[in-house]
Design a protein around this ligand. Structure first.
Ligand code: PMP
Length: 388
């Protein structure tokens, strides 16, 4: 049997691999403390499907996504983030932002091109770049935004940022975004800004990259209802870019997806304001819970990379002697606590784990954190014993 070398070179998503282990343990009847999921659970009612247009909902729809939904999403970008978006020509809605990001990579990359990806990096960026025949260049987490130019070569085509950031919760500052756009203009690059967690902030500190590039000459933005509205299973995400970019993404979308699920797009368009009104206060509660979890980590003496947003924390496992995969496997198998190994977020991140606070009660979370601390101590002792 022969297979594509691009697919053979691509790795499984480490977060999904750990979550599959969790489902398996749960199926065997174990009570797992799940800190590995990439979402926050909300209390969200089911509004009536009876009010949706019956003549449309069973069928294919516009392959940019229905205009009513694009208009609602564009309105949020204009009102809340001060990014003017023409819903007719500058937006495409597709089956999740993951697909949107991949199609954007396909639109801008040729074989051998390089894409700079600051670490920790969401697990899919490097694999998606590789699937385009291009080269992901991971930038170690200690390099700050203002030094990214040192990694730019004649083959560099794009830089991918994620703000607010999975897994640290960091929000890129206006100064960083302006610098990135200045670099993009000077070195003829695209800046891809994944803004899938834009609602998950304690205050109004999130700034969209689009605010500094209203004509979208160098920026491509992504967002989604998965995290911001707690509706990950419906697979609705979108890309905002100049018409020249969107028209090319549209070609790919027509050949791969056709259109996002019509009935769900009508539902979200119809109930969009009510969904926002219900989810926004719950998001504030999750971000507040994250703040309290940080206090618990501080008390335990566990350090983490700085960040105030999202429902993730990227915590250090130093001085454990274990790599992050071995640490997470032992934590899950011996203590029934699931977190995601940092190594999945880049070669520089093996000393970290990702903790998600969005799906577990505070009480259970604290017990999970205590278990993490115990395992760090137990395996640090191992380190000392080996050194002696
Ligand atoms: N970007 C980031 C940073 C994510 O964490 C995720 C999901 N884990 C996505 C994009 C993809 O989200 P979706 O495809 O559900 O819109």
């Amino acid at each position: 049997m022969r297979f594509s070398s691009l697919v053979e070179a691509s790795c499984e998503a480490v977060s999904i691999r750990y979550n599959n282990k969790v489902y398996e343990l749960q199926r065997q009847g174990h009570d797992v403390t799940v800190l590995s999921l990439g979402e926050a659970f909300f209390d969200l009612p089911l509004f009536s499907f009876d009010l949706l247009p019956l003549e449309k909902i069973y069928h294919y729809s516009h392959s940019r996504g229905i205009l009513e939904l694009r208009a609602a999403l564009a309105h949020t970008y204009a009102e809340k983030y001060q990014v003017p978006v023409d819903p007719v020509s500058e937006m495409l809605v597709t089956a999740g932002s993951k697909a949107a990001i991949h199609m954007a990579f396909m639109t801008i990359l040729d074989r051998g091109d390089e894409v700079l990806i600051p670490e920790p990096a969401w697990v899919s960026y490097p694999e998606q770049v590789k699937l385009c025949g291009a080269r992901p260049i991971g930038v170690p987490y200690w390099i700050d935004t203002f030094h990214l130019e040192e990694f730019v070569t004649p083959r560099t085509r794009a830089i991918v940022i994620n703000t607010p950031h999975n897994p640290t919760g960091r929000i890129y500052s206006a100064a960083e975004l302006e610098y990135l756009l200045e670099l993009a203009r000077r070195r003829d690059l695209w800046i891809l800004s994944d803004e899938a967690y834009s609602e998950f902030t304690a205050d109004d500190s999130f700034v969209s990259l689009g605010r500094f590039d209203p004509h979208k000459k160098h920026s491509i933005l992504f967002n989604s209802i998965s995290k911001n509205h707690g509706i990950s299973g419906w697979r609705i995400g979108y890309v905002i870019a100049a018409p020249e970019v969107i028209n090319r993404v549209l070609k790919i979308n027509q050949h791969l997806i056709t259109c996002p699920p019509t009935i769900l797009c009508h539902y979200v368009a119809r109930y969009y304001d009510r969904i926002l009104a219900i989810t926004r206060p719950q998001i504030r509660a999750v971000v507040e819970k994250r703040r309290r979890v940080l206090q618990h980590l501080d008390a335990l003496g566990i350090t983490y990379l700085p960040g105030t947003a999202t429902f993730y924390i990227f915590a250090s496992i130093a001085p454990s002697a274990l790599g992050s995969e071995a640490f997470c496997t032992r934590l899950l198998e011996e203590r029934l606590v699931s977190v995601v190994p940092g190594i999945g977020y880049g070669a520089s991140c093996d000393g970290f784990i990702r903790i998600g606070v969005g799906t577990t009660s505070m009480e259970k979370l604290c017990r999970g954190l205590d278990a993490i601390k115990e395992l760090i101590e137990e395996t640090a002792a191992l380190n000392r014993a080996q050194a002696a």
